[in-house]
Design a protein around this ligand. Structure first.
Ligand code: FRU
Length: 501
């Protein structure tokens, strides 16, 4: 009797598993128990150390942003997620949506592991021309390209999923088999970026395939570090178009077309990797040509694997990074890790050539509550005035002439940002951010949340993103300096972006 019951239970479990798995993943793996999202709904957003205007998963671990795409009034943020714990593992694409990149709603997990491998990072795109042929009615298909991380043997490959219901559910294309097979670099090749290249009327994929590891390799005449460009007419068959060999490349490449100084007739391509090293150049649909490596998009200790929204609605290019090493486990939070605040990316001409500038999206203003403005104040006077402020979440800016003020310390909720007037750098927790005076003046904008401080120097010419846990009891702002100069400051207090109970 017991045996019969067991058999019946197994058959029933099998039927349930098969129905659950039919849309989300190939059926051979018992992964339906990773669709744990309903259990997240018991967790709110009001914990002492929960970021209030930075994205976190309601529960459990997150790392890279994935599949960032805008479609029909919604920004989609998929992300690397462990549905079963607050450390890395069981990599799954989790999902959140927003109308403004500031207020997010987390939805059920989008793509679960299947066939003995995890779902690693990748990108999404709107299939405007219905290349895949899956469109239902007027709703365009959303494409999600990702790395299928198969171990034993290490043979990562690139696969595709698609959604015909605005990202609410995904089907694996061709049962999740490779659209780009392993290129011979084992597990290093990963994180496909796909986009439609209008000029050549082709789909393009950019894939990091190999890293320069040893010093000898890095110094050698031929770069072993490699990014491979592919093109496709049908999204199913991809041809190698070119290799871009550089020793700086490593993981999570993104590639965007940006106007220089706002001029839509003068656009350049910018390629960057997980560490936000970047190079600027031209792209003809198959080959990326540049002069030299030009820059670093973030100088902080906690910015990694950033990605831009595909199909952005208003000509802006907006990027979000994973704030790597934001360890909330020690603070005993129900989630771990967080995303950076979204920033625009713009190319501007500087005396040093064309450079990337980043700036918090203006939608942050929807969170502003109180504004405190101090124009041209002697530092001693400002210190007294600032003592009236009691702030939890802050968006603040400072402007001064370092020749007159000398070194300055600006402390927000116990987080000290110093300016070294000789070296012309801001220093936070040992990390330097170059900010040479422009027309004699230096500017800094900072965002302070319960888990971070983000620094934007000189209108976004240099940015640094840091994990920080300000003491919940310390809500003060102060400024001090030895010199005699005057300082201007604007402080906006913010409310939470999460729904309040
Ligand atoms: C970057 C990364 C990616 C990979 C993912 C796995 O942080 O290592 O290369 O796809 O994380 O979670």
């Amino acid at each position: 009797m017991k045996k019969r019951k067991d058999t019946l239970a197994l058959v029933l479990a099998g039927l349930i598993a098969a129905s659950l798995s039919s849309t989300l993943h190939a059926s051979e793996e018992p992964v339906q128990d990773m669709q744990t999202f309903p259990s997240y709904l018991d967790v709110g957003y009001d914990q002492k150390h929960r970021p209030q205007f930075h994205f976190t998963s309601r529960k459990n671990w997150l790392n890279d942003p994935n599949g960032m795409v805008y479609y029909d009034g919604e920004y989609h943020l998929f992300f690397q997620h462990n549905p079963k714990g607050n450390r890395w593992g069981n990599m799954t694409w989790a999902h959140a949506v927003s109308k403004d990149m500031v207020h997010w709603e987390q939805l059920s997990h989008a793509i679960l592991p299947y066939g003995g491998g995890m779902i690693f990072s990748g990108t999404a795109a709107v299939d405007h021309n219905n290349t895949l042929g899956k469109q239902k009615g007027d709703t365009k298909t959303l494409l999600a390209s990702f790395t299928k991380a198969v171990h034993k043997p290490d043979r990562y490959y690139q696969a595709l999923a698609y959604s015909t219901d605005k990202g609410r559910s995904f089907e694996l294309f061709n049962e999740g088999k490779a659209i780009v097979p392993n290129q011979g670099f084992d597990r290093s090749e990963r994180d496909p970026k796909i986009f439609w290249h209008e000029a050549s009327k082709k789909w393009v994929m950019i894939l990091y395939v190999k890293r320069a590891v040893t010093e000898a390799d890095k110094r050698g005449p031929i770069a072993p570090g490699k990014v491979r460009f592919f093109t496709s007419d049908n999204l199913a068959d991809w041809e190698v178009a070119s290799d871009f060999d550089r020793n700086w490349v490593f993981e999570c490449m993104d590639f965007v077309h940006l106007p220089v100084d706002g001029d839509l007739n003068n656009k350049k391509w910018l390629l960057f990797d997980a560490s936000f090293d970047y190079e600027i150049g031209e792209f003809d649909g198959t080959t990326f040509t540049t002069d030299k490596k030009v820059g670093l998009g973030d100088y902080g200790k906690n910015y990694y694997a950033a990605q831009t929204f595909n199909n952005s609605p208003d000509g802006r290019t907006v990027v979000i990074g994973w704030m790597r090493h934001s360890d909330f486990n020690k603070a005993r939070m129900p989630f771990n890790q967080q995303m950076s605040f979204p920033t625009t990316m713009e190319l501007r001409t500087t005396p040093d050539g064309v450079h990337l500038f980043r700036w918090p999206v203006k939608e942050i203003e929807s969170l502003y509550t109180k504004k405190h403005e101090f124009s041209n104040r002697p530092i001693e006077k400002l210190t007294t005035e600032l003592s009236q402020i009691d702030a939890d979440l802050i968006d603040a800016s400072i402007e001064f002439e370092p020749k007159k003020t000398g070194d300055i310390d600006w402390t927000l909720r116990g987080l000290k940002v110093g300016y070294d007037a000789d070296k012309q750098v801001f220093i936070y927790n040992g990390a330097r951010l170059a900010a040479p005076a422009v027309n004699g003046k230096v500017k800094l904008r900072v965002l302070v949340d319960r888990g971070s401080i983000e620094l934007f120097a000189n209108d976004g010419a240099a940015v640094a993103t840091h994990f920080a846990l300000p003491d919940p009891k310390n809500r003060k702002i102060s400024v001090s300096g030895k010199g005699s100069g005057i300082v201007s400051m604007v402080i906006n207090e913010l409310k939470s972006s999460w729904p309040q109970k």
